[in-house]
Design a binder for this molecule. Structure first.
Ligand code: GNR
Ligand code: NI
Length: 176
């Protein structure tokens, strides 16, 4: 198992659309296990392959306290959704930024498990939100895409400032 590198916004890899997995094989299993370890390492509750720069439709989720209830979703799709709710979200690709977005309250979804079996299920609460967030990643979408232009602009400025500061610090380290 390995901890993979997680892409950070505004990396353009996060904007790629992942392709369906045609056959669920050994390589799929290895990727799933590595993604799970990566997600645990960074204390996330979900991770999409897009975030580790692999563009195949694979998601891992674990909402448990003890990190022992992993869910693997291959080719996940939302079939229908009901209601709306406010959701307080964070993302491993946007460290230390949290904001509220509107999501569907309840979803019916379909996916394949690690044996390739097609499963249909329903979710509400945090699982519903997490599945929506992860499928968005597979489609090159981030939760900040739902924010108002003003909020997005503020966030971009903050990140630009951070980046500038980090560069400055690196420079300082070199000349000292
Ligand atoms: O760890 C995560 N927490 C979270 C909280 C609310 C809604 C979605 C999420 S997913 C996120 C991990 C992540 O970035 N997955 O793509
Ligand atoms: Ni995310």
């Amino acid at each position: 198992m390995a901890v993979l590198e997680v892409l950070h916004y505004p990396d353009l890899g996060l904007r790629k659309k992942a392709v369906p997995i045609e056959t669920v094989d050994e390589s799929c299993l290895i990727l799933a296990k590595d993604m799970l370890q990566t997600m645990y390492e960074y204390n996330g509750i979900g991770l999409a392959s897009t975030q580790v720069n692999v563009h195949k439709r694979l998601v891992v989720i674990d909402l448990s306290e003890d990190k022992n209830e992993a869910i693997y979703l291959i080719n996940p799709e939302i079939l229908s959704s009901e209601g709306t709710k406010e959701s307080q979200e964070g993302c491993l690709s946007l460290p230390e930024y949290y904001d509220t977005v509107i999501r569907a309250e309840r979803i019916t979804y379909r996916f394949q498990d690690l044996e390739g079996k097609v499963i249909k299920s329903e979710a509400d609460g945090l699982l519903s939100v997490c599945i929506q967030h992860e499928i968005d990643h597979l489609d090159g979408k981030l939760f900040i895409d739902y924010l108002s232009p003003m909020k997005r602009r503020r966030l971009r400025k903050k990140l630009e400032k951070q980046e500038k500061q980090e560069k400055q610090e690196k420079h300082q380290a070199k000349i000292l």
